[in-house]
Write a protein of this length. Structure first.
Length: 234
């Protein structure tokens, strides 16, 4: 991608990440957004929209403006802040004005457009939403953390005491998909983090929880549409 990207931990929203992206005037191909179990609230010069949880890599084309600011919420937290079940936004990019009252969304967009630091303003908005919603459901927070650490879905379901069907239903609302898909997405992210830290592919596969390197390669191809080697170059 031609331009710049930076991110930092959100100081006022637990588990969230604030990020900024600037696209150079000559454009350039942007790397696709990979599934990570998260939802983002994104500002793009006149737009304020929500990126729902992805099940496959999402292509990123040119936006309406060169500057972006976003806040990536921890898995399972955004639906409580935004008031929309995650599965309704799965694999979509939805204008905030379509989810909330249009006048309120326009006012927030105009405020971000006028801000000297849109990322800080967006973080302040997210902090207000989080404070109004209250703490995330600790049970679903546990589910996300346990699956993210590589625990098995059956084991996690037994720990919650909800039963498989109830856990699946609640996971759809919180994460956008069931616990098996969430576990698969988070396993991919573990493998990518290891590979980016120069851990050999076979070791990355084993440590992330894959049967072998071929299993990792198939999952990478299925979820991202490309190879692990090409992902590391993007």
């Amino acid at each position: 991608m031609t331009g710049s990207y930076a991110e930092r931990a959100a100081a006022r929203v637990p588990g969230a990440t604030v990020w900024t992206r600037t696209v150079a005037r000559d454009g350039g191909a942007a790397s696709p957004v990979l599934p990570d179990g998260c939802m983002d609230l994104i500002w793009n010069e006149g737009r304020l929209f929500v990126a729902g949880p992805d099940t496959r890599a999402h292509p990123t084309g040119p936006g309406e403006g060169r500057r972006y600011a976003g806040i990536r919420f921890a898995p399972g937290t955004a639906p409580g802040y935004l008031g929309v079940p995650a599965h309704e936004l799965r694999d979509t990019r939805a204008e905030l004005a379509h989810l909330w009252r249009g006048a309120e969304a326009r006012r927030l967009t105009e405020r971000l457009d006028a801000a000297a630091d849109p990322a800080a303003e967006l973080e302040a908005l997210a902090a207000r939403l989080a404070a109004a919603a209250g703490p995330p459901d600790p049970l679903l927070t546990h589910v996300a953390r346990a699956l993210g650490a590589g625990r098995g879905v059956t084991e996690v379901a037994e720990e919650t005491g909800l039963g498989a069907r109830t856990l699946h239903r609640r996971s759809l609302a919180a994460f956008g998909y069931g616990p098996k898909t969430l576990a698969r997405v988070l396993r991919l992210q573990r493998a990518l983090a290891l590979a980016r830290a120069d851990v050999p592919f076979a070791d990355s596969a084993a440590r992330a929880g894959y049967a072998d390197q071929a299993h990792l390669a198939r999952d990478v191809r299925d979820l991202t549409g490309t190879t692990l080697g090409r992902l590391l170059l993007s």
